[in-house]
Ligand binder design. Structure first.
Ligand SMILES: *Cc1c(COP(=O)(O)O)cnc(C)c1O
Length: 407
């Protein structure tokens, strides 16, 4: 029982359960221990120095490495098919550290308008202060993105599907264009998870997760992770080691516990989301449904090509705009109304109070976000109960006088 770490051939559902654990199971324990120790003692100063210099395995100090955290990194690494992984305290720490590890003043980044809200702030507020030029492209305008890449850039940053209207970008096509320009390709794979999409196999150099979402899956701990080649991850790791956004061991343990069921959760969420999207498409009070699994979705063909499942995230807009959202949302029995996603429970939120709260009405309109939009992170509940729940909330909306007038 000593070969799981190196067993790259195991299938995904086996990796989520066993991957990365064997060398850390102590004294017959069947579960990975939470090692809270900040430092590690050495009697032999030569051994100590070798470990400190990375010449032999071991741990020195908690900001640099920790056994529990290491197992989490190993597990994600195996799932993404990467050589190495480096974890962070949050998804945003993983994203900002990766950008700062590779960018210097005078550099240029090409990215899309629909990145996660916090990521977008780095592109429009932080990087320009460091004299890094950022080209923000229309998320689905592949020709424009390729033109911007061809002008020269050091880094291409992508996300697919995106928040909140689930736009899909062709990762393989754009990675190819970026490599022709000698640029590094970074992909945020939070929405898809490694169960549904493997960006490294499509040409990405680094894959990032807000592990807070699907990887952890229980909305009870924050974490981030970056995967890629030894060479690139080492640079990211070096940045973290110095700048300090290390993952806490207890949070790493919660991630590991959550990840044991990642494949089961995500497959259920894929299935639920498809049923719900199809149901919503038929409802007269629903204006639009955004789900990459629907043939009506703009990105469906690309999604079919690069994803093995369409994910648990969808959004839909109600006729009557925000007034309808106000009437509809509080009627949902099986949805937390909250700014989170990827948990076992269903979560619903209007972008104007969650992901895009900092944008003006005009900005949201320019991004193609209808005011009546609801982002719906599908949980692992029975789909029929979720559909019944949506049905009764729509019926309530139907009988509401003001909204009745609006349709
Ligand atoms: C939530 C999220 C992030 C940020 O992650 P945190 O763990 O909240 O810092 C980044 N990207 C995407 C796509 C997200 O959904």
């Amino acid at each position: 029982m000593t070969t799981y770490n190196s067993d790259q051939s195991a299938r995904v559902g086996t990796q989520t359960v066993w991957g990365g654990e064997d060398e850390y199971l102590m004294q017959g324990a069947t579960q990975v221990p939470v090692v809270h120790s900040v430092s590690y003692g050495y009697d032999d100063i030569d051994v100590w120095q070798d470990v400190a210099l990375g010449k032999r395995p071991g741990h020195i100090y908690g900001r640099m490495s920790n056994p529990t955290v290491r197992v989490f990194e190993e597990k994600v690494r195996l799932l993404e098919g990467a050589e190495d992984a480096c974890s962070f305290a949050t998804g945003m720490a993983a994203i900002s550290s990766t950008l700062f590890a590779f960018l210097s003043p005078g550099d240029r980044v090409v990215t899309i308008k629909d990145t996660y809200g916090g990521t977008n702030k780095i592109f429009i507020e932080t990087l320009p202060r460091f004299n890094v030029d950022v080209a923000l492209c229309d998320t689905t305008d592949h020709d424009m993105i390729e033109r911007e890449i061809a002008k020269g850039c050091q880094l291409l940053y992508l996300e697919s599907p995106t928040n909140p209207t689930m736009k899909v970008t062709d990762l393989e096509r754009l990675a190819k264009a970026a490599h022709a320009a000698q640029a590094l390709v970074v992909v945020d794979n939070t929405f898809a998870t490694p169960i549904n999409q493997l960006p490294l196999s499509l040409g990405a150099d680094l894959v990032i997760h807000s592990a807070t979402k699907y990887l952890g899956g229980h909305a009870d701990a924050l974490a981030g992770v970056v995967c890629g080649s030894h060479k690139l991850v080492k640079e990211v790791y070096h940045f973290r080691e110095i700048h300090g956004a290390a993952l806490d061991p207890m949070a790493a343990y919660l991630m590991l516990r959550g990840m044991k069921t990642l494949h089961l959760r995500v497959r259920q969420q894929n299935e639920n989301a498809m049923h719900i999207a199809q149901f919503l498409e038929e409802q007269p009070l629903v204006e639009d449904v955004f789900y990459p699994g629907l043939a009506s979705h703009d990105g469906h063909e690309i999604a079919k090509k690069q994803m093995s499942g369409f994910g648990g995230m969808l959004s839909f807009s109600l006729k009557g705009g925000i007034d309808s959202v106000r009437v509809f949302l509080p009627k949902l029995k099986y949805a937390h109304l909250a700014a989170n996603l990827g948990a076992v429970e269903t979560i619903a939120a209007p972008p104007r109070t969650s992901s895009h709260v900092e944008n003006t009405l005009e900005e949201r309109q320019a991004m193609g976000i209808p005011e009546g939009l609801i982002r719906y992170s599908v949980g692992i509940e029975d789909a029929d109960d979720l559909i019944d729940d949506l049905k009764q909330a729509l019926e309530h909306l139907e009988t509401n006088v003001e909204v009745g007038a609006a349709k």
